[in-house]
Design a protein around this ligand. Structure first.
Ligand code: ZN
Length: 364
């Protein structure tokens, strides 16, 4: 009897261990797959960035757009998005309220935001206090529209007008340009395209205005042609980082000279965003694993195990098949004990009487 018990228990135990181990193993395999997929994506992302950062064939150029946002900025953002290109937008403060949705889109889609003063102010002709109030008002409007403090923003001085006084009072770098498209003057897409292509050079800052559809069409056409020649288009800040330079407050920049050092493609703001993404990522993975756990299969296995256990216990005679016996037992009892039947009859009569009683009571 003891041997039977032990064999039955052992076989049930082995089956139980096999069944419970399988779904856990399946879930773990899923997690490994997810991890591998994630790290593969990471590796691919790093590779592509590195290649772009270290091997620019035709060179790096920064796209900068002044005087916006405007309705024509929307098409520009669509076209830049298709090409995965980021540009720098120097915003005029008094336009922020009307085109706040366009500004928010510029920021959310990874473009760099700079200031172009509140009302296209000539900084060289303005005293420090007035100019800084004007610049601060613009930054405040931008931050309020975007819903975050972007910190000191690079300044594009209207008309490119700066002097030593300007450099002494500003709290950010002053960004000029090395390619003037004169798009505001020509208002001709073909002319804008030719200006960019003819002057293209490594480290260039291209001046455009997103007020005009001709500027948008011309610059996109030039981007497509120059990309084929091996040029890469980036924001102003990224251009200088990739050329090994840190932009300094009160310094005027027209283009980025290559000094052979690469400070990496990401400005601080983007790094912060990436860290936040990383924090969110593990949670997503956990969710994926939970969803991937084969609960239905586990329940099915428990069912199979239960049936198997009962089967084993019966086979080794550790439990008896009780239900048919009980039926016979009941049958015997009902047929061989007539007194009990008599008792049932008397009960029935009793209930019948009690049913009649309330009726009697109800009679008037
Ligand atoms: Zn301007």
């Amino acid at each position: 009897m003891m041997k039977r018990k032990i064999i039955a228990l052992l076989s049930v135990l082995i089956l139980a261990m096999t069944i419970f181990a399988l779904p856990v193993y399946a879930a773990k395999t899923d997690t490994t797959k997810t991890d591998t997929a994630t790290s593969a994506t990471d590796a691919a992302g790093t590779d592509s960035t590195d290649t772009a950062a270290t091997k620019p064939k035709g060179g790096l150029m920064a796209l900068s757009f002044d005087d916006g946002p405007s309705k024509n900025t929307i098409k520009l953002l669509d076209e830049l998005k298709k090409r995965k290109i980021h540009a720098t937008f120097f915003i005029v403060g008094e336009r922020v309220e009307e085109f706040s949705d366009v500004l928010v889109r510029e920021y959310k889609e990874g473009h760099e935001i700079g200031t172009h003063t509140w009302n296209h102010l000539n900084l060289a002709n303005t005293d420090g206090t007035t100019a800084n109030e004007n610049l601060q008002r613009t930054e405040d409007a931008i931050n309020a529209a975007i819903g975050t403090d972007l910190g000191p923003l690079p300044i594009r001085p209207p008309y490119g007008s700066v002097n030593d006084n300007t450099r002494s009072y500003v709290n950010a770098p002053l960004i000029l340009w090395s390619i003037d498209t004169l798009d505001w003057k020509s208002r001709n897409a073909e002319a804008v395209k030719e200006k960019i292509i003819n002057q293209a050079h490594d480290g260039a800052i291209i001046l455009l205005h997103d007020l005009y559809d001709t500027s948008v069409d011309g610059c996109i056409a030039a981007i497509d042609e120059l990309t084929k020649e091996g040029y890469t288009f980036v924001t102003v800040s990224e251009l200088f980082r990739r050329k090994g330079q840190t932009l300094e407050t009160g310094v005027t920049y027209t283009n980025a000279e290559d000094n052979g050092v690469d400070l990496g493609p990401l400005p601080e703001k983007d790094k912060k965003a990436d860290k936040e993404k990383e924090k969110k990522e593990p949670k997503k993975e956990k969710e994926r694993v939970d969803k991937g756990f084969p609960w239905k299969w586990l329940i099915f296995c428990i069912g199979v195990l239960a049936v198997y256990t009962v089967g084993m216990l019966r086979a080794f005679g550790l439990i008896q098949t009780v239900s048919p016996l009980r039926k016979d037992d009941f049958h015997e009892k009902t047929t061989t004990h007539p007194h009990r039947n008599a008792a049932h009859h008397s009960n029935r009569r009793h209930t019948a009487d009690s049913r009649r009683n309330p009726n009697r009571r109800n009679q008037p």
